[in-house]
Ligand binder design. Structure first.
Ligand code: F6R
Length: 613
């Protein structure tokens, strides 16, 4: 989703801003721009399309100056045109340039008011009102106090924002503010950065200070100051980002998605590291901030998330019910936050998010906290808003996920949920022997995943047959049903083949009408107690002329014999099967999309981190 970069230092800003925007490209966007300030003048360059188009515009007409702001826009109000691209100029003579992430909900009323005062609007965006309001406030303050002006504007804005602005009247300064949309300061030596995602500043500094909601910031080459809108100056906390240097490089892989699929054996190891207590056949977590006594009082768990994280939560439901015998409800975060679900003292709310910034998931977390619930978060991004606001939680330690289609985060989430189910089970009725059985199974997953990855050529060949399809069905029972949902989501989001996931038993209640020779049915069917029933469903599809692809246990000749395409996974206990079975489906989606010529790491219309509702 939209990205912000700001720079104040002694080097030329434009190249650094563009490099930062490039690092944010993975988040999804449709236009880009920069504004720089130097020699008392502002230079503005912005275009619809990719950052490379912006770069060409800058080569043709450079933008000078050691300070500036840049933006990648993911359209919300108004189509992706040059005019709607950020930065937006404010004032009658373009005295300020503003970039904005989020949504200004009262923009229409503000626009009418400003038009009445003679301000001229050139875009259809909600963001342009902020630029004019800022210019107006700066004028009222005599032109010398950009941070003070921003402080005056914020109470007028309803909605969410991550904002950054520059003005030739305050050379060398970048100001910013956040409410519901992340911003982080990159602390350098004689230079400072502002960004919506620390990835943008990672090559220049590992030291970052995260802004909290309600805070404003002013950067200069010499330093930065943070204030809270209501309570005044804030002493910043500077954290170090400890990513491996190659964490965000492609490293010879054709796409980030493929790289991240291939990282999954390590992802499982990293998610388990330090969390297995073999002596007691249980798991252990450092950050839950809940005592055993408090956890034993939990009577019900609500898991709230969106998209792939929601699918991981569904796998969590099956796992926690199975190992800990606790009732679990899985909620779409965007629904949960606006319903009035009964929550009582025995309910533990856990939100799941790779980015830790998803607006709906954050909303669900805040609503739960408002109602006095204890909340936990299972999050990948350290320092993210959800990670900071939850009462406790578990980090995935999966490293940055750059591919828009989530893969390794799902695997890390399901790994952590398996450990959590084990832990909760061992606090209750799960025996030592059963707990040990789960740990033994998890121990075997990284090697087994390595073997699944070796089957990539088979999956690639299968993709040749799936890629011409217009529709596909994904079917699975029990723990394999969430995997079927995730497989269908992967295919549709990157190859644009319409795909739906269903419980295999549900097929005959409607989706069976869709079966025809052009509609592949992908069964997730590793061996387990319900295997024979799934085989019957496979027969039902075949009887109606539907092509069958199946993910099944190595050596399952019966299933292989019934399936035109057979994608084998090692024979591990059922409790860890989702971790294996999802991988051939990720690879299938990847290769189908590649064969169809799709932009795999930046699928159309999608954003990596969805920070609007
Ligand atoms: C799918 C995908 C999305 C995200 C969803 C939630 O591949 O990436 O469905 O899973 O937007 O994002 P997070 O986990 O960051 O809250």
């Amino acid at each position: 989703m939209c990205g912000i970069v700001g720079f104040s230092g002694r080097r030329e800003a434009a190249g650094l801003l563009v490099a930062g925007l490039r690092r944010l490209e993975y988040r999804g966007y449709d236009s880009a721009g920069v504004a720089t300030v130097g020699g008392g003048r502002m230079a503005l360059r912005k275009t619809s399309g990719r950052v490379r188009v912006l770069e060409q515009a800058l080569e043709a007409e450079p933008a000078a100056g050691p300070c500036g702001v840049g933006h990648t826009r993911w359209a919300t109000h108004g189509p992706p045109t040059d005019r709607n691209a950020h930065p937006h100029l404010g004032g009658r003579g373009g005295e300020v340039a503003v970039v904005h992430n989020g949504v200004i909900e009262n923009h229409a009323a503000l626009r009418r008011e400003l038009e009445g005062l003679g301000y001229r609007f050139v875009s259809q965006t909600d963001s342009e009102v902020v630029a004019h309001l800022l210019a107006q406030a700066l004028e009222a303050l005599g032109g010398a106090d950009l941070l003070g002006a921003l402080e005056r504007v914020l109470p007028r804005l309803e909605g969410t924002y991550g904002l950054a602005a520059v003005s030739p009247r305050c050379p060398g300064e970048v100001v910013g503010a956040r409410l519901g949309s992340p911003l982080v300061v990159g602390v350098g030596d004689g230079e400072h950065f502002l960004a919506s995602d620390p990835l943008a500043v990672a090559p220049y500094t590992a030291n970052v200070a995260y802004l909290q909601d309600g805070e404003l910031v002013r950067l200069t080459p010499a330093g930065f100051e943070i204030r809270h809108r209501l309570t005044g100056p804030v002493t910043p906390r500077v954290d170090r980002i400890d990513w491996k240097p190659d964490a965000v490089e492609l490293g010879g892989h054709a796409h980030y998605m493929l790289k991240e699929i291939r990282e999954q054996p390590d992802v499982v190891l990293d998610a388990c590291r330090g969390r297995i207590a073999r002596g007691e056949a249980t798991a252990t977590f450092g950050g839950l901030n809940l005592t055993h006594k408090q956890l034993r009082r939990v009577r019900r768990i609500v898991l709230a998330a969106c998209g792939t994280s929601w699918h991981a939560a569904m796998a969590g439901e099956y796992l926690i019910e199975r190992l800990a015998h606790l009732p679990v409800e899985v909620e779409y975060a965007g629904e949960f936050r606006y319903r009035n679900p009964p929550l009582d003292a025995g309910t533990l709310v856990i939100v799941l998010s790779q980015s830790g910034e998803t607006a709906d998931t954050l909303g669900a977390l805040r609503e739960s906290k408002r109602r006095g619930q204890t909340t936990l978060a299972i999050v990948n991004t350290v320092g993210s808003t959800i990670a900071r606001e939850a009462d406790g939680g578990i980090f995935l330690h999966a490293g940055p996920e750059v591919g828009v289609a989530s893969t390794k985060a799902f695997t890390a989430q399901v790994t952590v949920l398996t450990l959590l189910a084990l832990y909760l089970g061992r606090l209750g009725n799960l025996s030592f022997a059963e707990g040990k059985g789960v740990i033994d199974a998890i121990d075997r997953v990284p090697d087994a995943l390595g073997r699944v990855l070796e089957t990539e050529p088979t999956v690639e060949a299968a993709a040749q047959r799936v890629s011409p399809a217009r529709n596909a069905l994904y079917l699975g029972r029990d723990l394999h049903f969430p995997v079927a949902l995730e497989g269908a989501l992967k295919l549709k989001e990157i190859s644009y083949i319409h795909a739906e996931g269903y419980p295999a038993a549900e097929m005959k209640h409607g989706p069976i009408a869709l079966i025809d020779p052009e509609t592949p049915c992908v069964f997730v069917a590793p061996r387990g107690p319900l295997h024979a029933k799934t085989l019957s469903n496979v027969e039902e599809v075949r009887a109606r002329g539907g092509p069958v692809a199946a993910v099944g246990t190595e050596g399952d000749d019966e299933l292989a014999g019934l399936s035109g395409i057979f994608l084998p996974v090692p024979d591990l206990p059922e409790v860890v099967q989702p971790l294996l079975a999802v991988v051939p489906l990720q690879l299938l989606a990847y290769h189908a999309a590649r064969l169809r010529g799709c932009d795999i790491d930046k699928p159309r219309n999608l954003a990596k981190s969805v920070t609007v509702e």
